[in-house]
Ligand binder design. Structure first.
Ligand SMILES: C[S@@+](CC[C@H](N)C(=O)[O-])C[C@H]1O[C@@H](n2cnc3c(N)ncnc32)[C@H](O)[C@@H]1O
Length: 288
């Protein structure tokens, strides 16, 4: 496991360097996700799915719900943890899945979703303190566990195991590629110095700014995740890896090249094999 730091520029501050801790409150998480604002896309289902599900920028969300559709039966009772905007979950609901969403806080987007999808159900749940009235056949937690240190991850798997029916399944994506030499080089060399360079250029142009170094979460290898899940009684049944360009796209110049050249995307797709942005695991609760 490695502490995952992200570097950004804050133009509203004076010259300097700012160190920020991991997001913990619902408000901080919402801010990290661009605010979870509601807008005109909530006027009808078509515009909602166009913006939040089918749009190319949301391919991660689509990959998650395709994974659910591939491995989960519509008759199963599903609980989605840390659902955020619930876009993939609403798509599944619309397809006839029996799915309940949850997160740390109920927001306007959830009330607006209820207007669009009367069968939408939302629970206030903290995954690290799960007290459920009923158990589920399937639990999903997409883009959540990168936030947890080892003790919290242990608690997460234990709580989920206690909330599943016998033989139930847990589907997760830790968010982001594994901890390895490639992602270390990406995070601590390319992305760090890309941001330092931007800071220098802005300062030279007379625009004061701060370099923000934020503890984003943790990167873990597949093996580390599988071992932690095993401690809580889970067996790995499926693992799928997707999107080998996204991590490389964080390097601005590469992103620009990928946008212009199919050949570059092909080469990037090969170079990025060690850095799948989406890693989907299906764990089954061993029934003994
Ligand atoms: C990166 S977002 C992912 C949202 C959504 N699943 C997605 O893939 O877009 C992380 C979400 O986890 C939620 N979260 C963070 N800690 C949590 C916890 N202990 N229990 C439940 N949800 C939590 C945050 O409120 C936030 O909505």
């Amino acid at each position: 496991m490695r502490k995952w730091v992200k570097y950004t520029i804050d133009n509203s501050r004076e010259e300097g360097v700012v160190f920020k801790d991991k997001s913990r409150t619902a408000e901080e998480h919402a801010k990290d996700m661009d605010g979870y604002h509601s807008d005109v896309s909530y006027d009808n289902k078509e515009s909602f799915f166009k913006k939040w599900y089918h749009h190319q920028d949301r391919s991660r969300i689509k990959t998650y719900s395709e994974f659910v559709q591939k491995y989960v039966d519509k008759k199963n009772k599903i609980l989605s943890l840390a659902s955020g905007r619930c876009a993939g979950e609403l798509y599944l609901l619309d397809q006839g899945y029996n799915i309940v969403c949850s997160d740390l806080r109920e927001l306007n987007i959830h009330r607006d979703a209820k207007q669009l999808f009367p069968e939408f159900r939302f629970l206030l749940l903290n995954t690290l303190n799960l007290e459920l009235r009923q158990s589920y056949d399937v639990i999903t937690a997409f883009s959540l566990i990168y936030l947890f240190d080892d003790d919290e991850l242990k608690l997460f798997f234990k709580n989920v195991a206690n909330s599943l029916n016998r033989g139930g399944a847990l589907l997760i994506d830790p968010s982001g590629a594994a901890d390895n030499e490639s992602t270390l080089l990406l995070d601590e060399v390319f992305l760090k110095y890309q941001t330092c360079l931007k800071k220098m250029v802005l300062s030279l142009l007379g625009k004061p700014n701060s370099l923000v170094s934020k503890h984003h979460g943790f990167r873990r290898t597949d093996e580390e995740i599988i071992a932690k899940a095993k401690e809580a009684g889970f067996e790995l049944e499926v693992v799928e890896r997707n999107d080998f360009l996204m991590e490389l796209r964080r390097i601005r110049i590469l992103s620009m090249i990928f946008n212009r050249s199919g050949l570059a995307r092909k080469i990037g797709g090969t170079l990025g094999r060690k850095m799948p942005y989406v890693r989907l695991f299906l764990f089954r609760l061993a029934s003994h």
